[in-house]
Design a protein. Structure first.
Length: 278
């Protein structure tokens, strides 16, 4: 049967009727034809397309030829099959995704794997801003919501992002944002912090225990763009008392690094196929 469009739940009947009057039947049929291929049909003849779409054979043939001329189909005798160009239609949505949207699946999968809170943070005017987060249901938690700004020098993600900057920029940051003690464990000495930033940059990850909130610790890794530039940081946060520093590193660092690599592959694909950067 011919493809029929249905209004979204938010569209009232009068609006839906007005929209339907603007509908291009040929475009709708062309999209319906591509959906037939997407359902797993490897090839179609004009007669088969006509039967699947409820069209005349001549109309189905014109759709097939049009899609062939646009590069989305190729023909082998009387049979038509899709070309790799159809991937562009899916990548249009993929390319429009923001970094938090792109990271959603990786964050959720990581959170479910480690059963701890996972966050994605970016640098903004000397602070870490949480732009995406996945947190399992727990009675004991840190109140960190999307958009929350955190002091960079006292957060594992912040130290990862600071470690990517030149020493002069690190020193400038510490002058503009003097370290303050949030707990008894918070490192506030400038020279010691600069050493920590250097170590984090060398090892590629940061473990921080009880410096921002007593009883909590976190481990973070950087997220790189296709050019190698650090775009963000990914972290796992957990209750400190349940884990030793060695346990955190051996248990949580490998899945955290794997999730970061997965997200970096998505970012690289987005930039490679469409030239967009974050």
């Amino acid at each position: 049967m011919p493809s029929q469009s249905s209004p979204s739940p938010a569209t009232d009947p009068s609006q839906a009727s007005a929209l339907h009057s603007e509908r291009l039947e040929s475009l709708a049929n062309g999209l319906a034809l591509l959906r037939v291929f997407a359902e797993g049909t490897p090839t179609l003849t004009a007669q088969e397309a006509a039967l699947r779409l409820g069209l005349t054979r001549a109309a189905a043939r014109r759709l097939l030829i049009t899609l062939q001329l646009e590069g989305y189909l190729c023909n082998e005798g009387t049979e038509y099959r899709v070309t790799p160009k159809v991937m562009d239609l899916g990548f249009a949505y993929y390319a429009a995704m923001s970094l938090p949207q792109l990271a959603h699946g990786s964050l959720q999968a990581l959170g479910e794997q480690v059963t701890e809170a996972c966050s994605l943070g970016v640098w903004d005017e000397g602070h870490v801003v949480i732009v995406a987060r996945h947190e399992p249901a727990r009675m004991l938690r840190v109140n960190v919501d999307i958009g929350r700004r955190l002091p960079a020098s006292a957060h594992s993600m912040g130290r990862v992002l600071l470690a990517a900057q030149p020493v002069a920029a690190q020193q400038s940051h510490l002058r503009a944002h003097p370290p303050r003690a949030f707990t008894r464990e918070t490192v506030t000495d400038t020279a010691q912090l600069l050493q920590i930033f250097h170590q984090v940059g060398q090892q590629g990850w940061c473990l921080l225990t009880g410096e921002l909130a007593e009883g909590f610790c976190g481990i973070s890794v950087p997220i790189h763009g296709a050019s190698g530039k650090i775009l963000a940081a990914l972290s796992i946060t957990m209750v400190q008392g349940r884990h030793s520093a060695h346990d955190i590193q051996t248990r949580f660092l490998p899945p955290l690094q794997a999730a970061a690599q997965q997200l970096e592959a998505l970012i690289a694909g987005r930039e490679r196929f469409h030239g967009f950067t974050f």
